[in-house]
Design a binder for this molecule. Sequence first.
Ligand code: G6P
Length: 610
Amino acid sequence: MCGIVGAVSERDVQGILLEGLHRLEYRGYDSAGMAVMGSDGQVNRVREVGKVAALADAVATTPSRGIVGIAHTRWATHGEPSQANAHPHMSGQRLAVVHNGIIENYIELRDSLRADGFEFTSQTDTEVVAHLIEQQFRLTADLYKAVQAATSKLRGAYALAVLHADEPDHVVVCREGSPLVIGVGIGENFIASDQLALLPVTDRFMFLEEGDMADVRRDSVKIRDRDNAPVERPISRFEHSMDSADKGEYRHFMLKEIYEQARVIKATTEGRITKTRVLEQALGTDAGKLLENVRHVQIIACGTSYHAGMVARYWIEELAGVPCSVEVASEFRYRKHVIQADTLFLCISQSGETADTLAALRQAKKAGFRAAMAICNVPSSSLVRESDLVIMTQAGPEIGVASTKAFTTQLTALLLFTIALAKHNGLSDAKEAELVEALHALPSQVAAALDLDDAIEELSAAFVDKHHSLFLGRGSLFPVALEGALKLKEISYIHAEAYPAGELKHGPLALVDSDMPVVTVAPNNDMLEKLKSNLQEVRARGGELFIFADGESRMTSEEGIHVMQIPAVHPITAPIVYTVPLQLLAYHVAVLKGTDVDQPRNLAKSVTVE
Ligand code: G6P
């Protein structure tokens, strides 16, 4: 989940590397570094603890021009964030490596390299890779062959980029379990863990497959596959508009992305629904065949995407009458499971590169599921490439680490899927038309929820000095409460827990007092009366209530009860609309607390390690 960027050019590459790192900071940001081949034939390395801005300052003070370079932004796995542990790692003064992923057998490799006289200056697994390649380079005097020989000894997941002063005109890269893309320029070529990093310099990309290795030069890119056979990987053009990686008028990416939701939800339904129907074909040419005999859906995801899966379970069982199980990928992949006949395996992932989700998918493909389907936001991701059926969300790049628009577009895509599945299981035309009408209404309802922004900003003051908070919901709004609590803890560092409101008296009620704000999502649905009783229980213990409800819920503000009204929505789409005020609440609390909203401490956007 670190970020890699590299360039082989005719011009000085420092600016390209720094801009690339800025764009990759969402992947990790506890230290950063770069190594460039200087015109003096030396490898010049700069590393700094902290964000890319610190590296940029260091580079500005001691610029080291170079036309070939590699750079890295780190999210610590082995060894604390420190200058010594920051990448690039070097073996001697001539070989430099940047690495994303984890080398599982690094301890045994380190012991054997130490015995051969290599000295270690960091606690990282990556330094092992640097010395291992150098060891092989001494035997082969050929960087490509040295990387090939060294990687054959590695166990784990990695993307690597390597340069050597003895071969100053190229970078050798390889991919095994961590993403790597090659940016194709004119008379120059680039590499990165995500194409976003390279958008200022190119919009043409080649995606390495698992096991690929490439020799990247200014005027050529030669790729070989796992069996060492030369291969061509197709060049594709970047699809999103370039400015999607800019904050524009907004103070933070997160706020910008919250505000984009009305538009991107619409984009996710566009071309996929008519006035009254979901166009199954638009979900994939094989969609009809794959969905026809599905008898069970197994959803796998992590983090926010898991919450989307939890909402979908309510929809799938209610509308399609098909049993649905949801599990976090890191648990699913390490246990035995009984696979029911005709189970559709459905992965939800914003990035499509989450290590646990991908591992679960790869297991599932061997395990006899009916088909593997993905809901994803990144068309070029591993998840998309490895699934039988894909519904792309149209959120555009999401930069804020706390997921917002990715979540609501995942829900939108999941509802499209549910309706398509339900049509195979007896959903009437009239009900389909009603649901599609609710989908059409979503953008304006989300916009109306965004109108609460100022009021929520005011409300957020009540949370700033609190250490704990409780989020309650019932039915399909329970996962929304979970997501609201996750948002608050991720970016404001306030401990937030979510409970299905009916569980209140089985424990959490003991925590409720005037220091514990209780947030509730309470649309007018068939659980409302039960929810109201739960809220009485909170109020009776002095708990201050913050309720998001519609006019028909008939709840009004009074002493200790703050009601924010949003327009009435269809019960099925309520989870999408009610997510928005909870995102805004977390955002404003974090801004008031002065935390780093877009890059909260200890987290990373894309978790490509276990
Ligand atoms: C990280 C991110 C979360 C995200 C989760 C799953 O923890 O910080 O925002 O929900 O990974 O990521 P995915 O890309 O698979 O949706």
